[in-house]
Write a protein that binds this ligand. Structure first.
Ligand code: FES
Length: 102
């Protein structure tokens, strides 16, 4: 059964930025984009690279290792060398806090 987990305050992720959220043995990336807050798996699907070290450009995350890009809103792999989509997770904002459903 999925549950909501508090990630951080809304002011703890700068606009056009990403932070890492660890839960259990998994790593997630939580984004503050021009279209709102989103969450994906935190590890690139190409190699084992943490996406929170990447760059957010609009609603795109660029992996810092080989510059593969994903669409943040739906996890879609956009450019080589990535070809496997990222899993995405529901996010909500309540009382200036960001929550992820896992
Ligand atoms: S590890 Fe992300 S593009 Fe290669």
């Amino acid at each position: 059964m999925s549950e909501w987990h508090r990630v951080c305050g809304t002011d703890e992720i700068d606009e056009e930025d990403v932070i890492q959220f660890n839960h259990g043995d998994k790593v997630y990336a939580v984004y503050n984009t021009e279209k709102g807050f989103f969450a994906t798996d935190g590890i690139c699907t190409h190699e084992h690279q943490e996406l929170a070290d990447g760059i957010v450009i609009g609603t795109v995350i660029e992996c810092p290792l080989h510059q593969g890009r994903f669409e943040i809103t739906d996890g879609c792999a956009l450019s080589a060398p990535v070809c496997i989509d990222l899993k995405t997770y529901p996010v909500k904002v309540e009382n200036n806090n960001v929550f992820i459903e896992l």
